[in-house]
Ligand binder design. Structure first.
Ligand code: MIG
Length: 792
């Protein structure tokens, strides 16, 4: 396919000689004689911000994406100028800027180009928009692969694709559809084994072309605003992920129940049906932590109200669900019904909190409640008011989490599916049109919801879920991938989308298990479950206009399969919770594509739906009916099949049996994996131990297990324990070194260790130097022990 770019006709180039100014604090300004200005901000030794302005007049310097907690650490740098070039030397790479055309290139000290401007910065005058379309072209390096960009339901490697960020309510999106709900203008490049990141922090509609229109060029452009991007140095892709998270933020530790299984439908109603679904989960011994209540609980779709006939006693309902170990999440939409007897509407009207058109009238749109006005969530006072509105739901009714939908924002009955461009937004004191605020609207709504829940939940952790978002939303909210379909290609889409979102900063993600639209067969439902069970947000949801979609809806045999798979999720909880902790503490993506395992292995580079979950587990979905397993490429290293302990040497394809009862779980040799006993919900059973399975490897391997109380904010005061296990091997035996950091009252006191894959019989076991009985199958040791020595 040959694309003709819409905007390549009248390019303008900054092309006069430039002078340099270094403010001594890492901001280097290079101004051309024709006023085109480039600013380089050295933020850390690995993060460099690059900004351009046509006349040297920059847009207001405000970003929703950048984490306020991000700390600049001015690196040592060295500036060198010649007639043609300005060179900025940093510890690990250097930046070259040409005086003509202000072209920028990043080089490593082996003089290999990492990221290089082709034409570089240029712009397109759009008299229709009354401004510029800012553009950037980079050299596509030989063999370069691209990743990231949020929720795109397409191949993991984006090379050859052209994609857009403009959050859109895309009901029943087909695979490869673009754009859909989320807006994350951040991508990774990988070539010659070197990875880097590029975050184009511009909230206008942004476009990316990865060597599609021109095979040797990668370009990106925005329909307004500044050319403003961050170069994130690697070379490891994992470090790029962590640095992007440093810049745009990491999630808070979620309540552990939010990693349990969740059941949803549009809509469980009335109240008695909600109770019945919950009690059926318990009766059928299907573990479940959360039930979701969709829009029909409201009185005429008025947010923050209840339909008293369908839900006569929301508080009583929540209380008895809680007594049964079930948490409750309700949906909240942005559209506020125009109704002068509805206090949410009248208070916002009085306070002047609704969005207005450029000519001053309110923007009126049709959504579920009928005609609505929409709060301007980009205004701090509006977010504060919105946060207050949650007092009833959270403090009085005892709701545990909130799900924000339709926040692209989505409108019915208009082709654009959203606000007209001229709608005005405050943008936190930087007034602008919807062209600039559209892509952040959902994020700011989720932020206000998160603030509201925190305000009213006291010491309890909460859960916010959003459909639309912009980069940085992970600081406030989890997400789901919107209205997917009950089809086999959507199992694939769920796997790639959630992994892609995870490396795009948004690890707390899931897809509607079973598919939102259409009816899955029992088999498809189970295969969906088997991939959903590895995603942090694990929820069955369906549109409710077809057959039932509860785990028991497909006959007894499938109920059993559903149970064994959901039970496995509960066994893995301490491992998954630890993986989340790693994401929350250092930005490590919860899910990673294989390229993150080995960025020089071409099979890994081109892998799509195979996912690394946390540090040590690999999984892949089954993508067609009637199969008993699949081939999967295992990255270099050794891998054990969890189910039969079979060992596979990596860097090769392997056939793995995957029955309906058992999802694919491949465990890295050397790993120590923590397991819980099966519970019907988090906290059901009081137990004082952790099961650890130790998988043999010759190479030294590190594993982590994180524990805290799972529900309160006390972990933020250091009340948690981080366990580190280092395993290694020699001729005499095996070592498990264990360190723990931290303390809290409910810490588990015993480790119960079992061994898998050991080449020789263990004759003697010494724990902290003292010999213990080596004949027992499972070794019980004190959770404070420091060294376990297994001798042949
Ligand atoms: O116009 O609230 O993606 O999860 O069940 C549809 C009803 C509105 C779309 C969401 C879906 C939710 C549904 N919503």
């Amino acid at each position: 396919m040959v694309y003709q770019s819409e905007y390549t006709q009248h390019e303008r180039f900054p092309d006069l000689l430039a002078t340099t100014h270094d403010n001594g604090e890492g901001i280097i300004t290079i101004a051309s004689e024709n006023r085109v200005t480039l600013q380089i901000h050295l933020l850390t030794a690995a993060i460099v911000r690059v900004r351009y302005a046509e006349y040297g007049i920059f847009d207001s310097d405000f970003s929703y994406a950048i984490d306020p907690a991000f700390e600049r650490k001015l690196p040592e740098y060295y500036l060198k100028e010649s007639e043609e070039n300005i060179l900025i030397h940093l510890p690990d790479f250097y930046i070259q800027i040409t005086r003509q055309h202000l072209k920028v290139a990043m080089w490593n000290y082996d003089d290999q180009p990492i990221l290089q401007d082709e034409k570089g910065y240029h712009w397109e005058e759009s008299y229709e928009l009354g401004g510029n379309i800012v553009q950037m072209t980079k050299v596509h390096q030989p063999g370069e692969a691209y990743y990231g960009l949020g929720d795109k339901p397409t191949h993991m490697n984006l090379r050859g694709k052209r994609l857009v960020n403009w959050g859109t309510d895309e009901y029943g999106y087909p695979v490869h559809k673009d754009p859909i709900y989320k807006n994350i203008p951040f991508y990774y490049g990988l070539h010659s084994g070197m990875g880097y990141g590029l975050f184009f922090d511009n909230s206008y509609k942004t476009h990316f072309d990865f060597a599609s229109e021109r095979q040797n060029v990668t370009s990106f452009w925005a329909m307004g605003g500044d050319m403003n991007y961050y170069y994130i140095h690697g070379p490891s892709l994992l470090e790029v992920s962590q640095r992007y998270a440093m810049l745009t933020g990491r999630p808070e530790m979620p309540p552990m129940w939010s990693l349990g299984y969740q059941q949803s439908k549009w809509s469980y109603q009335p109240q008695s049906q909600v109770m019945e679904i919950a009690s059926t989960m318990r009766e059928k011994k299907l573990p479940c932590d959360v039930i979701h209540i969709d829009i029909d609980y409201m009185d005429g779709f008025r947010c923050f109200t209840w339909d008293k006939e369908k839900f006569p006693d929301p508080k009583g309902m929540t209380a008895s669900l809680h007594a049964d170990g079930m948490k409750v999440v309700v949906i909240i939409d942005p559209g506020i019904k125009i109704d002068f007897d509805y206090d949410v509407f009248t208070s916002a009207l009085e306070k002047d909190y609704f969005c207005k058109r450029g000519d001053g009238a309110y923007i009126k749109g049709k959504v579920w409640p009928g005609d609505c006005y929409f709060p301007d969530f980009t205004r701090p006072e509006v977010r504060d008011w919105w946060a207050d509105l949650y007092e009833g739901l959270i403090k009085d009714t005892g709701i545990d989490g909130v799900w924000n939908d339709m926040n692209e924002p989505a409108l019915f009955e208009v082709d654009s599916k959203t606000f007209p461009d001229d709608v005005r937004h405050d943008y936190d004191g930087n007034p602008c049109s919807h062209r600039k605020a559209h892509n952040v609207y959902g994020m700011q709504m989720a932020r206000a919801t998160h603030e509201g829940q925190k305000r009213w939940a006291g010491d309890k952790r909460t859960l916010t879920i959003t459909r639309s978002c912009y980069s940085g939303v992970q600081r406030f909210s989890a997400g789901w991938t919107g209205d997917n379909i009950a089809s086999w290609d959507h199992v694939w889409a769920a796997a790639v989308q959630c992994t892609r979102l995870s490396i795009s900063g948004m690890s707390f993600i899931g897809a509607d298990v079973g598919g939102f639209i259409q009816q899955p067969t029992g088999e498809l439902y189970i295969r969906f479950l088997q991939i959903g069970m590895f995603h942090p947000f694990f929820r069955t949801h369906s549109s409710g206009d077809h057959g039932d979609q509860e785990p028991w809806s497909f006959g007894e045999q499938y109920t059993d399969y559903a149970r064994t798979n959901i039970e496995m999720r509960y066994k893995l909880l301490p491992y998954l919770y630890t993986s989340f902790y790693q994401c929350a503490s250092d930005g490590t993506p919860f899910l990673k594509p294989l390229a993150w395992e080995s960025q020089t292995d071409s099979q890994c580079i081109h892998s799509n739906e195979v996912t690394i979950v946390g540090d040590h587990i690999l999984t892949a979905p089954i993508l067609s009916p009637d199969v008993k397993g699949r081939t999967v490429y295992l990255p270099p290293g050794g891998w054990y099949n969890y189910w039969n302990a079979e060992y596979h040497q990596g860097a090769d394809d392997a056939w793995i049996d995957v029955s309906l009862a058992q999802a694919m779980i491949m465990i890295r040799a050397g790993a120590v994996i923590p397991f819980y006993p099966v519970q019907q919900y988090v906290g059901e059973i009081d137990f004082d131990y952790i099961d650890l399975i130790c998988y043999y490897a010759e190479e030294e391997t590190e594993s982590v297990w994180y524990e805290d109380d799972g529900t309160t904010l006390q972990h933020t005061q250091g009340k948690r324990v981080i366990h580190q296990f280092t395993t290694s091997s020699d001729e005499q035996g095996y070592w498990i070194q264990h360190t723990c950091d931290g303390e809290f009252a409910q810490r588990k006191s015993e480790l119960r260790i079992s061994l898998v894959g050991f080449p020789e019989e263990i004759a003697t076991i010494k724990v902290d130097g003292k010999e213990v009985d080596a004949r027992q199958g499972v070794l019980h040791v004190d959770s404070q022990c420091e060294e376990i020595r297994l001798l042949y």
